[in-house]
Ligand binder design. Structure first.
Ligand code: NAI
Ligand code: UGA
Length: 466
């Protein structure tokens, strides 16, 4: 029986290994992590994060061919194939701080593999890593296992799932990418990994390449996706200035088969743990290769994203007569997108901090994010003007304005008439996700700002005064 060990039980490692276990009943899958608390959450009824469909998959396999353990060494020792899905955050200090990927966790995982292994292994890079990481990992593994005569094959098998749709993405991927050495041993390892995915992924969706193409394709993929959002967000500012409607522009663009309809939703900005980190990593790799112009091109995607968030805060403040000081503002949504409890790099963090900087009082509601998490993200030591509440009505009661910062479906079906009645007047809505019916809200009496749409007449007047 083939044995797999997944190192790293996070947003990628957990769901990915669970789906492999589900689809390959004859393979034993052990997911290990150095975080005891994460492992005990995986072994409990309340998984460490919210992801639609994840609980069902875990419940089907856990205790059969899927186990979660903090005994990292034991399961690495026993495995034939090791998937490494540890975090690769942006370096916060030293050379390349703010750009380069911090490979500390990866390197320590590699050294541990070398220490405990006693048989040949295939080591699969699932984490997103700088191009040519496999070379460094290969050296660490082989140099540290020389005396044992163990052979390692390193494969790059980047993960393309999105949070909120992770299980669907894993069950039905657009493609699976496997990069490996193009010699007989490398090709053999590629085939072994292909055989696992072949349990449920059609052959024509499994692409094989050399190692460096696979590693670079992952960074390029995220850069292209983020670039589309920054492109449409840049257009949204121009729409507001000209009376065009960004959703109509997106529709027109998306119907062009050369462009396609996805990832053209204007928003308050993209968030999540990967887009910014991976683009900055790409920028660093470009700069390290002397390609300053190429690096600058990708850096601009991040700059537009920062601009979009600060533009939103500016709209809120100027619309509310140039001051939000002491005013209650209801914040609906804190996660970086709907259907996840993840708040990493959520645009809500910067928007809230911006409003707090102008002395607003925030009342925050998110259906899946805990109070503790929100407080942690806002570094709330000494901040008194933030309340985390249990529903949207409470968040907006007696508020001067409300901001939609995550596109949760439940925000579309709130009784906005009731919300309006309980707010101070004039009552403002700032829709940072373009999910609300602007016309209906205006009929109720709200003054509405939504990204990339013609400005409310009242806001035009206010902006003229300002
Ligand atoms: N979150 C996402 O949607 C996606 C993330 N990725 C990439 O996957 C990688 C992991 O991302 P996430 O799952 O979001 O991170 P995460 O932070 O949720 O999980 C990483 C886990 O690895 C564990 N870990 C770190 N060092 C370890 C070691 N030496 N031994 C055992 N466990 C160790 C940590 O305790 C943590 O639980 C990153 O490179 C990321 O860029 C790729 C595609 C999607
Ligand atoms: O490497 C990764 O981590 C993953 O990063 C993204 O997935 P994820 O960050 O989970 O979520 P997305 O759906 O891409 O959303 C990212 C951000 O962009 C925003 N977004 C997305 C789409 C859009 O049209 N407009 C927009 O503002 C979302 O609200 C969210 O804040 C990619 O979509 C995945 O392919 C990739 O595997």
């Amino acid at each position: 029986m083939v044995k797999i060990c997944g190192i790293g039980a996070g947003y990628v490692g957990g769901p990915t290994m669970a789906v492999i276990a589900l689809k390959c009943p004859s393979i034993e899958v052990a997911v290990v992590d150095i975080s005891e608390s994460r492992i005990s959450a995986w072994n409990s009824k309340k998984l460490p994060f919210y992801e639609p469909g994840l609980e069902e998959v875990v419940n089907q396999c856990r205790g059969k061919n899927l186990l979660f353990s903090s005994d990292v060494e034991k399961h690495v020792y026993e495995a034939d194939i090791i998937f490494v899905s540890v975090n690769t955050p942006t370096k916060i200090k030293g050379i390349g701080a703010g750009k380069a990927a911090d490979l500390t966790y990866w390197e320590s995982a590699a050294r541990m593999i070398a220490d405990v292994s006693n048989s040949d292994k295939i080591v699969v890079e699932k984490s997103t890593v700088p191009v040519r990481t496999a070379e460094a990992i290969g050296k660490i593994l082989s140099e540290n296992s020389k005396s044992k005569g163990i052979k390692y094959q390193i494969l790059s098998n980047p993960e393309f799932l999105s949070e909120g749709t992770a299980i669907q993405d894993l069950l039905n991927p657009d493609r699976v990418l496997i990069g490996g050495n193009q010699d007989p041993q490398g090709l053999d390892a590629i085939q072994k990994l292909k055989d696992i995915y072949a349990y449920w992924v059609p052959q024509d969706r499994i692409i094989t390449t050399n190692l460096w193409s696979a590693e670079l394709s992952k960074l390029a993929d995220n850069a292209f996706l983020a670039q589309r959002i920054s492109s449409i967000n840049a257009m949204s500012a121009l729409c507001e200035a000209t009376g065009a409607e960004v959703s109509q522009v997106s529709l027109a663009l998306g119907k062009n088969t050369k462009i396609g309809p996805k990832f053209l939703n204007a928003s308050v900005g993209f968030g999540g743990s990967c887009f910014q980190k991976d683009i900055m990593n790409l920028v660093y790799i470009c700069e390290s290769n002397g390609l300053t112009q190429v690096g600058n091109y990708w850096k601009e995607v991040i700059k537009v994203n920062e601009y979009q968030k600060s533009r939103f805060v500016h709209r809120v403040v100027t619309s509310m007569f140039n001051t939000v000081s002491g005013k209650k503002i209801g914040i609906l949504g804190f996660a970086f997108k709907k259907d996840t409890s993840d708040t990493r790099k959520s645009p809500a963090i910067d928007v809230c901090k911006g409003l707090l900087g102008d002395n607003a009082c925030l009342s925050i509601y998110d259906p899946r994010v805990t109070e503790h998490q929100i407080e942690k993200e806002l570094c709330m030591d000494g901040v008194e003007c933030v309340n985390v509440v249990g529903d949207a009505y409470e968040a907006t009661r007696d508020a001067h304005g409300l901001c939609i910062l995550t596109e949760w479906d439940e925000f579309k079906t709130i009784d906005y008439q009731r919300v309006y009645q309980n707010m101070e007047k004039p009552a403002f809505v700032f829709d940072g996700r373009n999910i609300l019916d602007v016309h209906k809200l205006r009929e109720i009496g709200f003054i509405v700002y939504s990204i990339g749409n013609p400005l409310d007449q009242c806001l035009i007047n206010i902006n003229i005064i300002n």
